[in-house]
Design a protein around this ligand. Structure first.
Ligand SMILES: O=P(O)(O)OC[C@H]1O[C@H](O[C@H]2O[C@H](CO)[C@@H](O)[C@H](O)[C@H]2O)[C@H](O)[C@@H](O)[C@@H]1O
Length: 378
C-alpha cells in the first residue's frame, strides 16, 4: 500500500488541512512569551536579503514557536539584546501562580475532594519525572523519584504517558507496576476491559492499543529522510519513537534553527498525512489522526473501568504543550486535576502548577503518605 498517497484510513478523522495550518502554531498559545520583551520576534525580524526558501518557516510561525518552546537560555537573551529584569519575571510568575496555584500548597484542597474517591495518576516523563537535559539519551530519573513512583503505584493506579516510544520510556522508568503509553499516547499497554485487576504487574490480560499502526512504514521512511537531511546541521538529533519522530534542536546553534525548521518543513511537504507539533526544543512529526495524550487518558480510564464513575479523580502531571490535550480532557470531562510543571508563566489548561521535577516528587510523596494514612484508617 502506498502510504504516501492513500487517504482511506479508518483512523483519519482529522482531515489534513492545508499546509500552513498543518505546520503552524496558534500564536495565542506561544508557551514562553516574555512579557515586555520583543524576544520572540528577534529572529523573525532579522533583515532578509532576498526572498528565499526560509520564508515558509518564517511565515507559518514555526520559528516563533521554536524560540518560545522552552525557557530561553541566558546566551540567547544576550544574543537578542533582551533584558528581562529578574524582578519583572518574578512579578509575572507570581501573578501567573494566582491563576495556577502550587499543587503542593493546595494539597489539602486537592485531597479534600479525593477522599472516598479513586484517584488515578497520569505522569508525563521528560521534564516531569526527569529534569530536562541536553542529551535526550541521558534523561534519567533519580532513584528517589523511581521509588516514589513505585510507592505511589502501590496505592494508586498510575500510568506514564510520554512522547517517547513505549519501549524507551519503559527502559528509562523500569517499573512493572505502571501502565505505559508511548508515542504521545499512540501506543498503549492497558488491561483488557473487564480484567479482574488494575495492577499492571499482576494483570495477565493486557492488550496493546495502537491507533496509528498503519503509519509505521511511513514513520520509518520519514525518520530515515530526516536523519539524512539534517546530518550536516551540527547538534541536530532525530529520534524514532515508533509512531512519531522527533527532531531536536536544543544543541543546534540558534542561527541554524531556520535551516532545521526548513528541512523538516520540506520533508513534511511530501506527507500530507503527517503533521508537526512543537515540544521543548523539539519538532515532532506525527500522523494526522484524532489521537493525543488526552485521548490516551480517556482510553486508559475506560480500560480500567473508571471512565463513567463520579467517584474517580484523575490527576495528570506534565510540562509540555502535548500535555495540554490531557489537561483539557480532565478539566472538561472528569473534574480532574491537571498540574503543569513550569518555572515560568505559560498559557495552560492545567488548574495547578509545580515548579520542577523535584516538586513533582514532593507532591507524589505527599500523596503516598496521605493514601497510606487513609488505608490505615479503613
Ligand atoms: O512526553 P514526554 O515524555 O515529555 O516526551 C517529550 C519529548 O521528551 C524528550 O525531549 C525533551 O527532553 C530531552 C531530555 O531532557 C531534552 O533534551 C529535549 O530538548 C526535550 O524536548 C524526548 O527526547 C522527545 O523525543 C520527546 O518527544
Amino acid at each position: 500500500m502506498d502510504l504516501k498517497s492513500t487517504n482511506a484510513s479508518p483512523v483519519l478523522t482529522d482531515p489534513a488541512p492545508i499546509n500552513k495550518s498543518r505546520l503552524g502554531i496558534h500564536s495565542s498559545l506561544l508557551p514562553f512569551s516574555q512579557s515586555g520583551a520583543s524576544f520572540s520576534s528577534g529572529l523573525l525580524m532579522t533583515p532578509r536579503k532576498k526572498p528565499g526558501k526560509l520564508d515558509d518557516v518564517r511565515s507559518n510561525g514555526w520559528l516563533d514557536a521554536m524560540i518560545s518552546s522552552s525557557p530561553p537560555s541566558k546566551k540567547m537573551l544576550k544574543d537578542f539584546n533582551v533584558e528581562v529584569a529578574s524582578n519583572d519575571s518574578d512579578i509575572a510568575y507570581n501573578s501567573w501562580m494566582v491563576k495556577h496555584p502550587s499543587a503542593l500548597n493546595s494539597f489539602e484542597q486537592i485531597i479534600s475532594r479525593a477522599r472516598n474517591k479513586k484517584v488515578v495518576m497520569f505522569l508525563d516523563y521528560d521534564g516531569t519525572l526527569s529534569p530536562i537535559v541536553d542529551d535526550p539519551d541521558r534523561a534519567f530519573m533519580s532513584d528517589e523519584m523511581r521509588s516514589t513512583v513505585r510507592n505511589l503505584a502501590k496505592h494508586i493506579p498510575t500510568a506514564i504517558i510520554s512522547g517517547r516510544s513505549r519501549d524507551k520510556v519503559y527502559e528509562l522508568v523500569g517499573l512493572t507496576e505502571l501502565f505505559y503509553a508511548g508515542s504521545h499516547g499512540m501506543d498503549i499497554m492497558c488491561p483488557v476491559r473487564g480484567a479482574e485487576s488494575v495492577d499492571p504487574s499482576s494483570c495477565i490480560k493486557t492488550t496493546d492499543h495502537q491507533p496509528a499502526r498503519e503509519f509505521l512504514p511511513m514513520i520509518d521512511e520519514v525518520f530515515r529522510t530526516l536523519v539524512e537531511n539534517t546530518k550536516d546541521v551540527k547538534g541536530a538529533k532525530v529520534e524514532h519513537h515508533k509512531f512519531c519522530a522527533s527532531v531536536h534542536y536544543r544543541n543546534v546553534d540558534e542561527k541554524n534553527w531556520p535551516t532545521i525548521a526548513q528541512c523538516v518543513h520540506d520533508v513534511l511537504d511530501g506527507y500530507p498525512r503527517l503533521r508537526l507539533t512543537h515540544g521543548r526544543k523539539v519538532l515532532e512529526v506525527r500522523p494526522v489522526i484524532n489521537w493525543n495524550k488526552g485521548k490516551a487518558v480517556e482510553f486508559l480510564l475506560d480500560s480500567l473501568g473508571l471512565s463513567s464513575s463520579d467517584d474517580v479523580i484523575p490527576v495528570y502531571i506534565g510540562d509540555d504543550k502535548t500535555d495540554e490535550d490531557a489537561f483539557k480532557v480532565l478539566r472538561e470531562g472528569y473534574q480532574g486535576y491537571g498540574i503543569l510543571v513550569s518555572s515560568v508563566p505559560k498559557e495552560t489548561k492545567a488548574l495547578f502548577s509545580l515548579k520542577d521535577p523535584s516538586e513533582v516528587k514532593q507532591f507524589l510523596q505527599c500523596l503516598v503518605r496521605w493514601k497510606g494514612q487513609n488505608e490505615l484508617l479503613l
